[in-house]
Design a binder for this molecule. Structure first.
Ligand code: CUA
Length: 177
């Protein structure tokens, strides 16, 4: 509420100032450019993943992860199974309070179908240090076709606040030759 009313009763029906019009056009054109850059960056910049999302039943997903783990477990690390799935196969990663399960081991230059799903709340999959990020919503699986191009040890950090143990929710992915 203003202390004094505008002197003109129809104060809003003014011709647009040239400078304001120029800035509206600049902002609009820039918005259009950035919109098409999203598509460009997806294919050329390798910044956004071509991920897919499907509705799932968490219990069924957990069974698949369990079966894969039993079949392809190669060792154990700190109570976590390390799974080395065959190249080209479907790989399952469970997000739950507060862990990423199991530990995965991929071969460099081989491709995999990585399925990630939450058993409870929303989590954030953040692969470090390469900085690949995915939202993991309850009731859905995110599927990514990936082909690791460097060997090493990668951390999976949860970057969506998921309660008291959020900061301890760290998983691991190995890429070997
Ligand atoms: Cu899971 Cu934060």
């Amino acid at each position: 509420m203003s202390i004094t009313p505008p002197s003109e009763r129809i104060w809003w029906k003014e011709p647009i100032h040239k400078v304001e019009l120029i800035w509206i056009i600049i902002a609009f054109v820039w918005g259009l450019i950035m919109f098409f850059m999203m598509i460009y960056w997806h294919s050329v910049g390798e910044q956004n993943l071509s991920n897919e999302a499907y509705r799932i039943d968490p219990a069924v997903f957990a069974e698949k992860a369990q079966a894969m783990t039993e079949q392809h477990k190669v060792r154990e690390e700190g109570g976590f199974p390390v799974v080395h799935p065959p190249p080209g196969s479907d790989v399952y990663l469970i997000a739950r309070l507060w862990q990423w399960w199991p530990i995965l081991e991929f071969k460099k230059d081989e491709s995999y179908r990585l399925h990630i799903a939450s058993m409870d709340w929303q989590h954030g999959f953040s692969l470090q240090p390469v900085n690949i990020n995915l939202q993991i919503h309850p009731g859905y699986e995110m599927v990514v076709t990936l082909k690791p191009n460097q060997t090493g040890e990668f951390s999976v950090v949860c970057n969506e606040f998921c309660g008291i143990g959020h900061h301890t929710m760290i998983g691991k992915i190995y890429v070997v030759d």
